[in-house]
Design a protein around this ligand. Structure first.
Ligand code: NDP
Length: 334
């Protein structure tokens, strides 16, 4: 009899989530039925979306999240023992999967991790998974960057932001990142090829941006929302494009804070602002993964992971990521 460990939601988060909002429990799993397989989690993802999406999760349900898991038992020849899958299975160590069943939130079936050779399987949660596709499709399809233009990226040292900046650099843009520490700024400019980085916690973003981008901003890839975004948008050029990917500065808020009025900037600079959810490109999912894989192999795309060890440390990894303790993709190794 296999025992799964899982986190269930016992209180909805108020302000910042508390460890007591989730409870670590055990569950005995039944024998496999024909067509099913058993997956054992190796790596779990902690992502910002969990904070807002959990509002719709009923109490008692398993905490949402994706994982890379190894198939350890199977009664389905399409999912043989030893292969790995990527799936939104929640915060749990073992899961029986009927491949026909979609997950509750994203309406996706678990899929086999593509052959990525010697690269770490955990990349299926980052640069070769959902955040990687968010960077790829969000930048190319929404911001529509052109060589020679200037792009600003907020949340720049995280999984999505650090990836967006590298694609933009490869396309010949002038790349400016905004993030929350000097260590992150240094990493972006010295290792990830960003032209400039601004620490929003210690610098005046408006003044620094005017200094380093007197030519103005053509694209803004927005991961954070709030004041930072208002500031950037008032320094945008005619026909600038804003891709609204995330709004992490408001995820803990009970009610939305009053923000900068954006309409004058949008009107007089004739900006285009569009929000997107990466699921929009689910029919092109594999294209994104394969392109990112090719860029890694060509040395054009680098990645970094902040790895927390131990399933019992899921909550700390989650809250640490929301507080900005991660550089690159935050994951948990079981
Ligand atoms: P990250 O790896 O970027 O981690 C989150 C980071 O957000 C932290 O490290 C922290 O960095 C920063 N942050 C936290 N609070 C604030 C704040 N108040 N103001 C500014 N920055 C803050 O996460 P991801 O790369 O996974 O996600 C980045 C964004 O993209 C999120 O908003 C997420 O919701 C969104 N997203 C959207 C998707 C879509 O389909 N639209 C899909 C995937 C992600 P720092 O030290 O710089 O503050």
């Amino acid at each position: 009899m296999v025992k799964a460990r899982k986190y269930v939601l016992v209180n909805h988060f108020v302000d910042e989530a508390k460890p007591t909002d989730l409870k670590l429990m055990e569950e005995e799993l039944p024998p496999l039925q024909n067509g099913e397989y058993l997956a054992e989690a190796e790596y779990l993802s902690v992502d910002p979306y969990m904070r807002p999406y959990v509002r719709d999760l009923p109490l008692g349900a398993t905490m949402i999240g994706s994982q890379v898991a190894k198939i350890v038992e199977s009664k389905n020849p399409a999912f043989p023992v030893g292969k790995r899958i990527v799936g939104n299975l929640g915060w749990r160590t073992h899961t029986i999967i009927d491949p026909k069943t979609e997950d509750q939130f994203f309406k996706q079936n678990p899929y086999l991790l593509p052959d990525i050779g010697d690269l770490p399987p955990s990349l299926g949660l980052g640069v070769l998974g959902m955040p990687g596709n968010t960077a790829y499709f969000g930048l190319l399809e929404i911001c529509k960057p052109k060589s020679g233009e200037t792009i600003v990226i907020s949340g720049a040292a995280g999984a999505v932001g650090s990836h967006v900046g590298q694609i933009a650099k490869n396309l010949g843009l002038n790349v400016i990142g905004i993030c929350g520490s000097d260590e992150k700024c240094k990493w972006l400019t010295e290792e990830m090829g960003f032209d400039f980085a601004i620490n929003y916690k210690t610098m005046l973003v408006a003044a620094r941006l005017r200094e380093i981008a007197p030519q103005g901003v053509d694209c803004y890839f927005d991961n954070v929302g709030g004041d930072i975004s208002g500031t950037v948008m008032y320094q945008m050029n005619l026909f600038g494009r804003v891709g609204v990917c995330g709004s992490i500065s408001s995820y803990n808020a009970k009610s939305l804070p009053k923000g900068t009025i954006l309409q004058p900037a949008m009107l007089f600079s004739q900006l285009k602002m569009e929000g997107f959810i990466v699921k929009r490109w689910s029919d092109r999912w594999n294209e994104g993964i394969m392109q990112n894989l090719q860029w890694i192999r060509e040395g054009k795309l680098r990645y970094r992971e902040t790895v927390t060890k131990g399933f019992e440390n899921m909550f700390d990894a989650f809250i640490g990521m929301l507080r900005g303790e991660n550089i690159g993709k935050a994951i948990v190794q079981v």
